[in-house]
Design a protein around this ligand. Structure first.
Ligand code: GLA
Length: 402
């Protein structure tokens, strides 16, 4: 009888421990690197190894960029005779398990991409009808992250398709971060909280500051255009379930000011920080933006509250705010205009009342000290009005310490 009880209680503990592995996979927004923005389908084993090495030697891994994710184009065009996915033998001659071992040996995690449809966006085998089989293979290969796209899905219900894949991943038994990439078409923020850890909210990003780039039927959005689409979604994000305004374009051709503004807003929005540049060749300035400690800490803040645009001032200057742990705040003054703008801002005149998260920033009742996130300078306190100039497309990014 006692033996039976001991056996039953260990079984329950085992089951609970296993279930526990699948929660808390992304307590803060996931950080890493993804191949798509720079390399599209031109990816291979050498690129993965060089990127893994550089994530370590550049300090990016230690700054938090843990996931190395291969996007579209890693597969052969056909499944094998048993229906399993096969890595492209030219691009990945040693297969994914060996590559995952290499990535893991560097203290990183490894991710792959597929699609809920019959084919991926670039025409490789999609997962439709193979959910459990593909999940099993990812688990066998020791994959830690899956980005799951939405091309070639005519007649498929998004909630059902993503839920099936989510169940398949759990069944396969390995904790895998599940990144939904259905571009916000079916409002995943309303149903994906327990399906995956992050969901894309828009179509693709492109390395331009404003506007939309059109190429035939396809279009991509500039970073500010994407930021404009996020305001109403903040109430749906939180620990382990993040709005994803797409991967970073830092280092991909915008000016340094624009890269800084892009990164500042992604941190204010508690966005996943997935670098999309060629990190093996990046400049020192690009690395400094991606690894700015204060900015990354703002993104990764333990409360996980997505920030928002609080106010538009004259001359196209916007104020974005994010409530932080320990009653601190992040505040960004963003100049979207084409000229340098002088900003005079009386902290005491405007009270920020975040009704979603029930936080108030009131500089009449408390005096905050200011740190400039990009220059790292002590920037005084909120006692005195702020006065300064912001270059075109640049940002004044401040941390307000309580
Ligand atoms: C879609 C996604 C992109 C990328 C490509 C790959 O466009 O939104 O992020 O994964 O597919 O084909």
């Amino acid at each position: 009888m006692i033996k039976k009880l001991i056996f039953l209680s260990s079984l329950v503990i085992c089951i609970m421990a296993r279930a526990q592995q699948f929660v808390n996979l992304a307590p803060t927004p996931p950080m890493g690197w993804n191949s798509w923005n720079t390399f599209q389908t031109n990816i291979n084993e050498d690129l993965v190894k060089a990127t893994a090495d550089k994530l370590v030697s550049s300090g990016m891994r230690d700054a938090g960029y843990i996931y190395l994710v291969l996007d579209d184009g890693w597969m052969a065009k056909e499944r094998d005779s048993a229906g399993f996915l096969v890595p492209d033998p030219q691009k990945f001659p040693h297969g994914m398990k060996a590559l995952a071992a290499y990535v893991h040996s560097k203290g990183l995690k490894f991710g792959l991409y597929n699609c809920a449809g019959t084919e991926t966006c670039a025409g490789y085998p999609g997962t439709r009808g193979y959910e459990y089989q593909d999940a099993l293979r990812y688990a066998q290969w020791d994959i830690d992250y899956l980005k799951f796209d939405w091309c070639n899905t005519d007649g498929i219900n998004a909630k059902e398709a993503y839920t099936t894949m989510s169940k398949a991943l759990k069944k396969a038994g390995r904790p895998i971060v599940f990144s939904l990439c259905e571009w916000g078409s079916n409002k995943p923020w309303l149903w994906a909280q327990n399906v995956g850890q992050l969901w894309r909210t828009t179509g693709d990003i492109t390395a331009r500051f404003e506007g939309i780039k059109t190429m035939g039927e396809w279009h991509a959005n500039g970073v500010m255009t994407i930021a404009d689409m996020q305001d109403t979604l903040r109430k749906y994000a939180g620990l382990n379930h993040w709005n994803d305004p797409d991967m970073l374009e830092v280092g991909n051709g915008m000016t340094q000011a624009e890269d800084r503004s892009h990164f500042s807003l992604w941190c204010i929005m508690a966005a996943p920080l997935i670098a999309g540049n060629d990190i093996t060749k990046m400049s020192e300035q690009t690395l400094n933006i991606l690894t700015n400690k204060d900015a990354v800490e703002i993104d990764q803040d333990a409360l996980g509250m997505q920030g928002y645009r609080f106010k538009k001032l004259a001359d196209s200057v916007e104020i974005w705010v994010k409530p932080l742990n320990n009653d601190n705040w992040a505040v960004a003054f963003l100049n979207r205009s084409h000229t340098t703008v002088k900003v005079d801002y009386d902290w005491k005149k405007y009270i920020v009342n975040d009704t979603v998260h029930k936080r108030i920033l009131n500089c009449n009742t408390h005096n905050y000290s200011l740190k400039n996130v990009w220059t790292k300078e002590d920037a005084g306190t909120t006692k005195k009005p702020l006065s300064g100039s912001i270059f075109s497309h640049d940002v004044l990014f401040l941390k307000l310490n309580y």
